[in-house]
Ligand binder design. Sequence first.
Ligand code: COI
Length: 429
Amino acid sequence: MSVETLDHLTHSGIEAQKIPAMQDLDASKLAIELTKSPRKVPELNSAGVWSCKECTDHTLELASKNKLSFAYPSSVLTVTWLEGKGWGTPKIVPYGPLTIMPTASCLHYATQCFEGMKIYRGYDGKLRLFRPDRNCARLVTSSARVSLPIFNPVELEKLLKALMKIDGAKWLPKSEPGNFLYLRPAVIGNGEQLGVSAPPEVLLFVIAVPWPDLSTGWNPSTDKKAPGLKLLASKNDTRAWPGGFGYAKVGANYGPSFVASTEGRKKGYDQILWLFGPDYQVTEAGASNFFIIWTTKEGKMQLITAPLDDKIILDGVTRRSVLELAHERFIVGSEYLDSNIKPLEVVERTFTMAEVVEAKNENRIVEAFVSGTAYFITPVSAINFQEEEFSIPMGGGETGYFAGALKKWLMDIKYGNVDHPWGVIVEED
Ligand code: COI
């Protein structure tokens, strides 16, 4: 296992020496069954893309069993029981329904976790994943948190590339650079027992789907372009808490949040700004990480975001990339910084709504934005806290300076305008 993986496992409280000596995920065993009914690729930015349900032709499936031999009726995958054997043969199969038992653990006990990542068709014609090692390692961390079996993330990365080698050319044609697909790896507890314990059988699968660019501010339901997200601060709902699972990408962090987000949308807000505790600590926004840039009382420009150490927020891949780029490029003498722009101090610490409101009252907020795979880098235009809405500057236009610069740098990496180790090329035939 890589150092990165061990880092994630330690983060999730799992010690390296406890990694079981079972058969691990092995990409070299991959079996491929190509579809006989190719699916239609939706037009760019069409209703089909916004529906987020026009998946690509193939699914990557992988099962682990430690109970009974079980043949999937579609003859997609058969894995025989072998005590302590671990992961079976990975298979790429035509996209279609999964077969799981009504007793499947994920349906009853939320033994489920997933990843969100994208694959990009570059302006140089190449396909790239963005820091896939981080997503694969985080899926291991999330699996461990909900007692699903862990695996070698390096093998999963190989399998993602194999899936995209098959579906990439058709779903992200070279003739249309600058587009992406959303990739959804998931691990679910399956099995034929309703007992309240870790599932005896597990399925890992990966699908890919055309996905809208949510960072532009265009809303298809109103056909209105309104750059910037309006955030409604949470009131009674708590997304995550110390000792919980906020750091893991498990479905249980998302489903329960839909009550608040649906209410927020009815009131005209795009996302919930998730607060925590009696002092209203600022944690995440919607399903994204949240950043503010403000001038401190001492006159320093500061980029601030919630920390990882209390394990309440997700260790976002885009969040991490924002922090790393900010540390490297928003500094004194940086060739990347416009000469009239002050360098930034980058701070990860707990901060509260009282500080945000004070900064707003003292006109010290410079800009705010969210980061994530789905929303990428999207500026925030307003926050409603305790029934009072206040605006956040957006450089007078579509985005503030810093969010704009970060978005451009990241897009350059993802679409191959610059060579960078975070842009990982997927070889095609
Ligand atoms: C992301 O932005 O990282 C996600 O995967 C969020 C997802 C729930 C759409």
